[in-house]
Design a protein around this ligand. Structure first.
Ligand code: DON
Length: 293
């Protein structure tokens, strides 16, 4: 019998995520016609964590447009998701919107002039609107768990604050950040929410234009180059699609014009990306001929 692939290890630095059973596996593919193909635990909600950064970036671009790029770069970092090393040499400007520092800076931008609670409500409603599902919630236990133990993110936020990159009190910005990372969604809901990126800015299920086609293309470009941190090259090499991972074990992958795909398997590789999730996407894209290359 062929050896079963190793599943990787669940994240433990957020204590609440360490309790998740590593044996879960779910997948959802929504094709261009809107058909949903859902397998395994594809209807079970999990913590989307960094996948939320795709959606906060989309919201922030809607508010600030290209002004956003004064605060955050758009180059791959080649460093782990929670790294601080580049901030010192680069005036506190994070390399891209998907590493933690970059996503915290984006959250700060969305927050400006508003109450944390209002902004969180806006992010959650945006997810519900995109997924066409009002039942999506924030898992408060996960948010509280990260709030108690988020020492690295506190360091990143304070460091950026010292450079004048954050406008709001650090605790407000981090409060919103931890809560949007703690949104719980199933693969089906996530694949639905990603449809606008697969369909040139339009969500064909809801009929809404979410962003212009050019913006959808650019968000996909960022996902390809930065969506898996220091594992982004490996993901592009093996899967060949824009993708965004989360430390809860989810990956959202976009086959432009063809499908929005979400996978979930909580065990992670050394870069903090779902191990079996990546393998599943590699097999799927090879069989379907969906690589963009
Ligand atoms: O800030 C953190 O560390 C988490 N809330 C999110 C990190 C994450 O999902 C990294 N992705 N693989």
């Amino acid at each position: 019998m062929a050896a079963r692939p190793d599943r990787g290890d669940v994240a433990t630095y957020i204590p609440e995520l360490a309790r998740v059973d590593p044996k879960h596996f779910g997948i959802a593919v929504i094709d261009a016609e809107g058909n949903a193909h859902v397998g395994g635990d594809g209807d079970m909600p999990f913590s989307i964590q960094s996948i939320s950064k795709v959606f906060t970036l989309t919201l922030a671009l809607g508010k600030a447009g290209d002004r956003l790029w004064r605060r955050v770069g758009r180059e791959p970092s080649g460093s782990p998701f929670n790294s601080i090393v580049q901030l010192e040499n680069e005036r506190g400007i994070p390399r891209n919107p998907f590493i933690n520092a970059g996503a915290i800076a984006i959250t700060d931008l969305i927050l400006s002039g508003h109450q944390p609670r209002e902004v969180l409500g806006e992010i959650l409603r945006f997810m519900q609107f995109l997924a066409d599902d009002p039942t999506i919630i924030i898992d408060e236990a996960v948010a509280a768990s990260e709030q108690r133990t988020g020492y690295r993110n506190n360091a990143l936020a304070n460091y950026m604050k010292a450079f004048g990159v954050l406008d709001n009190p650090v605790e407000y910005t981090l409060g919103v950040y931890f809560h949007h990372c703690a949104i719980a969604m199933s693969c089906r809901q996530l694949a639905m929410a990603g449809r606008f990126l697969a369909q040139y800015g339009r969500n064909p299920t809801t009929g809404h234009r979410v962003v212009q086609p050019e913006r959808a293309r650019r968000i996909n470009a960022l996902m390809l180059m930065c969506g898996h941190y220091d594992g982004s090259g490996e993901f592009a090499y093996r899967v060949g699609l824009p993708g965004k991972s989360g430390v809860g074990g989810g990956i959202l992958a976009i086959a432009p014009g063809k499908a929005s795909i979400a996978v979930w398997s909580p065990g992670l590789d050394a870069s903090g990306n779902s191990h079996l999730g990546r393998i599943a996407l590699e097999i799927l894209t090879r069989r379907m001929g969906w690589s963009i290359f």
